[in-house]
Design a protein. Structure first.
Length: 443
């Protein structure tokens, strides 16, 4: 591998084999990347707070409220390929900076959206925000995997995802206090207010969303400037520029463990996001938790916090146990937990749904690592397919929302139940290396 194009980073890499980036550690660069993982986790989880808030503000049904997740995660599918081309053209570092700036623009657009109280404008702002995060995902996941030896890529990515989960853990507390602390009035209640009171109420309601997201826009731009100024290793030869054979996405998708991995990411993200999206409304049900929105938001924090704790533990477990076996066991436990929350009420139902987060922990990084295993020059194509599969977070919640409108929210959790059942299959069978394309073998 040519090293002349890769300047020595300020992160003082240590290397077991000088001159080969596959065996080089970049500890400070990895530290910078964990900040990026934290921010997109924080932004993604704030959707769980926006959903009940906007559901009340616009008096939406469950299906309409889930358009928030449909728009946000739909961006992964629509913008996944353009994001990959952008990162290939700019390189990892500039691609990450671009993603942060795009996300910052989306967050800033919440100010006019909240001021005008127009739901489609909210969705448009979310799409732009999600486009920025899509660019970050496409650049950051493989970049972290490359910041050290290949054999520890799964453990390193799991560690970075733990910081992502720390962001998802803090976001519900942040959003619960700033966004859900005041109860949303119905249109009938608003009609009973005087004209001056209505103006004051709508201004307060708008600022509950405006202030947090403007603050986040500023933070994103500041981080973008910091990343731009930091001397990250370029690793340009590992982007799609290095793929001189012009392989297609279908070349990667024809490989069984990649195909099943794409479905694995689709179902995992769909199940995880669907549970997080409905949790506040679920815990507010009289027969389940009978909680206020702010208290329910704190439980959502523990759902995502469980994933954070599980990833720190999982990073150690993955060094000792087969990732395929561990993935199957964790998914099987979640199948049992979902069944428990569906057939019980009260405290048992509450704790069982919150505990799912702990066992979600290793699923994304493990499925992702197994999905790109032994793909050689086709790794970037397999990575793009796996990122596009995050669209499961757009479709599964909408499906559960439509079903919940007809049979009730508790019974509708059979949708994520199916998702976790598939992941059991992927760990036991779907992830096995059956064959790899000639192009991958050549790498």
């Amino acid at each position: 591998m040519a090293t002349g194009s890769t300047p020595l980073p300020t992160s003082s890499p240590s290397s077991a084999n000088s001159g080969d980036t596959r065996y080089t550690y970049f500890p400070l660069a990895l530290g910078v990347m964990t900040t990026i993982f934290f921010m997109w986790g924080f932004l993604t989880c704030l959707n769980d707070i926006l959903i009940p808030h906007l559901k009340g503000v616009f008096e939406l049904n469950y299906f309409q409220a889930m358009l928030i997740q449909f728009t946000f995660f739909g961006a992964y599918f629509i913008m996944g390929l353009p994001a990959g081309k952008l990162v290939a053209a700019l390189g990892y570092k500039k691609g990450i900076v671009a993603g942060l700036i795009i996300a910052g623009i989306g967050a800033a657009l919440f100010w006019p959206a909240a001021g005008m109280r127009v739901y489609p404008i909210f969705l448009g702002a979310l799409f732009i925000l999600a486009t920025g995060i899509t660019v970050l995902q496409v650049a950051a996941n493989p970049y972290v995997a490359l910041l050290g030896p290949e054999k520890t890529a799964s453990s390193r990515l799991t560690l970075a995802q733990a910081l992502n989960s720390f962001g998802t853990f803090l976001a519900p507390f942040f959003g619960g206090v700033l966004i859900l602390s005041n109860a949303v009035k119905s249109s009938d209640d608003i009609a009973k207010l005087s004209a001056a009171e209505q103006v004051s109420y709508r201004a307060t309601e708008a600022s509950a969303v405006q202030v947090p997201y403007i603050g986040l826009a500023v933070v994103l731009v500041v981080i973008a400037i910091g990343v731009y100024l930091f001397n990250l290793p370029k690793l340009e030869e590992t982007t799609e520029k290095a793929d001189e054979s012009h392989h297609s996405l279908m070349d990667a998708l024809k490989t069984p463990h990649v195909f099943f991995g794409v479905l694995g990411i689709f179902f995992y993200v769909g199940g995880e996001v669907s549970i997080g999206s409905f949790m506040i409304n679920y815990l507010q049900l009289p027969e389940i938790g009978n909680m206020t929105g702010e208290v329910a938001a704190s439980h959502v924090a523990f759902y995502w916090g469980g994933a954070m704790v599980g990833r720190f533990i999982g990073s150690a477990l993955l060094a000792k146990f087969s990732p395929r076996v561990l993935l199957s066991v964790f998914a099987a436990i979640n199948v049992l937990l979902v069944i428990t929350t569906m057939v019980t009420t009260g405290t048992v139902a509450v704790y069982s749904i919150v505990a799912i987060g702990l066992f979600n922990s290793i699923m994304f990084p493990t499925i992702f690592s197994l999905g790109i295993e032994r793909m050689g020059p086709l790794t970037s194509k397999a990575s793009s397919l796996l990122i596009m599969a995050i669209v499961g977070g757009a479709l599964i919640p909408v499906i559960q929302g439509a079903i919940a409108d007809h049979i009730g929210l508790q019974h509708a959790f059979f949708v994520p139940l199916i998702c976790y059942a598939y992941i059991v299959f992927y760990g036991l069978s779907g992830s096995k290396i059956r064959n790899v394309p000639v192009a991958a073998k050549a790498g």
